[in-house]
Write a protein that binds this ligand. Structure first.
Ligand code: NAP
Length: 407
């Protein structure tokens, strides 16, 4: 038996298993910045259960949950899964390498992308309501270990989706988590329809690049907010109807504690920002606000949504404790909708749109496996656009790596 596979190549014998693999591990005693918390180690290749699949990771996608996992904040991942180490990574493309004895829909050699929702598959919620409501629901590679920053990853068979043939391995690894999340938020939770105006915070970020495309595909008008003129070209190319640079509104962000003077300045900035939004919509307030920034933007989001409008939220990068003037919510009968990833059916439907070329991945930068921690540090510092990909067994890539991989 081979001891460890070399990186950046696909072994000839599909199904042949080494004893060990390379993996980026976080350990309980070194939680902190990604650069120091994540270390490349040799670990045992995990065994698969009856309904599980071992996938040879070709490409892995970087997500903000890797930053949360490294920091151990707001919650340590070790409290969630109790394993002695955490391999982060909730996005991957790869080749099915070994299947459990109950797996019928997939076989060794299949080329796949992976969605990141795990659930028990047996409870009434999984079988009638929504697997996202399962009491055992977990995000693979965040609330579970054995994520994608390793040569092999262990997943439930229901997490597999067909890899779109037209995509290279790293593009295929880059979209699942954020795209499927944005899809559920806009299509299922906010029920965006043609003609709606949708304000999208962080439109050049991982969620935002898909939110813009989904709105455009649905016939809605995506109003894209970005932090810097350099991000505008990308967002425009994805179909944004209007663009706003949040840096033009210096006092807009809510940063508690707030003095009365600071509160006054922020409210003025908020009204000025709202005026600009209405200029861009032909005088209308926005039907939906797409939220994930959290504390700093949430009061503005509640203020800006139209009467009976919706604020749909899946995250809070700038802080989880949200404060806002609730009068704007009840007097104008707005709704706040929580949303979290997507179920397998939604992921499958959304993936089909990628197969059909109606939604495209936005892979901004690609790194070799050895720079996984560095890519997370860039994300923590908001020094990225769209998505970042990591070449694991793919010989990829662009951006300084030897060779583009169209395999
Ligand atoms: N619940 C779920 O299923 C789920 C799924 C995916 C992501 N999330 C969460 O959602 C958040 C965003 O994820 P992502 O992948 O889109 O991250 P990302 O790629 O880092 O993008 C986030 C964007 O937010 C913007 N931003 C940062 N600080 C801001 C501020 N003060 N005001 C306005 N915008 C600000 C930045 O854009 P500009 O600087 O250009 O404005 C950045 O591009 C993370 O907290 C993540 O954990 C949750």
């Amino acid at each position: 038996m081979t001891n460890i596979f070399p990186l950046r190549e696909v072994p000839k014998n599909v199904g042949e298993l080494p004893k060990k693999m390379l993996a980026w591990c976080i350990r309980p005693d070194r939680e902190g910045d990604p650069d120091t918390a994540m270390k490349l180690e040799e670990v045992d290749v995990p065994a698969v259960g009856p309904n599980e699949v071992l996938v040879l990771v070709m490409g892995a996608g970087v997500n903000f949950n890797g930053v949360w996992a490294a920091r151990g904040k707001p919650v340590s991942v070790f409290r969630m899964h109790g394993e002695p180490m955490h391999i982060a990574g909730s996005d991957a493309s790869g080749i099915v390498w070994k299947v459990g004895d109950q797996v019928k829909r997939w076989k060794a050699g299949d080329e796949v992308v992976i969605h990141c929702n795990q659930s028990c598959g047996q409870c009434p919620e999984c079988n009638g309501l929504d697997p996202m409501a399962c009491s055992e629901q977990k995000i693979w590679g965040y609330e579970t270990s054995w994520g994608s920053f390793a040569q092999f990853t262990k997943v439930q068979a229901q997490q597999l989706l067909r890899k779109p043939k037209q995509l290279d391995w790293l593009s295929a690894a880059s979209y699942g988590l954020t795209y499927f999340t944005a899809y559920r938020m806009l299509v299922h939770q906010a029920e965006v329809t043609a003609g709606d105006h949708v304000l999208i915070w962080g439109a050049a970020g991982g969620l935002g690049v898909f939110a813009v495309q989904i709105c455009r595909m649905l016939g809605a008008n995506p109003i894209a907010v970005v932090g810097g003129k350099d991000k505008m070209e990308l967002v425009k190319s994805l179909g944004a109807s209007a663009l706003i640079d949040r840096n033009d509104y210096a006092d807009l962000m809510y940063k508690p504690p707030e003095t009365p003077e600071r509160n006054k300045a922020r409210m003025e900035a908020c009204k000025k920002f709202g005026k600009r939004v209405r200029e861009l919509t032909g005088g209308r307030d926005v039907d939906v606000v797409f939220e994930h920034v959290g504390q700093q933007t949430f009061p503005t989001s509640v203020f800006l949504a139209k009467k009976f409008g919706k604020i749909v939220i899946c995250g809070a990068t700038t802080g989880f404790n949200l404060e806002f003037d609730v009068r704007h919510l009840w007097m104008r009968q707005k709704q706040i909708l929580g949303s979290h990833f997507a179920n397998a059916y939604q992921a499958e439907r959304a993936n089909q749109l990628v197969h059909e070329g109606k939604i495209r991945p936005v892979l901004d930068q690609v790194f070799p496996f050895e720079q996984t921690a560095h890519a997370h540090a860039l994300m923590a510092a908001n020094k990225h656009k769209g998505k970042m990909g990591i070449a694991v067994q793919a010989a990829a890539a662009r951006a300084g790596l030897p060779k583009a991989d169209a395999a």
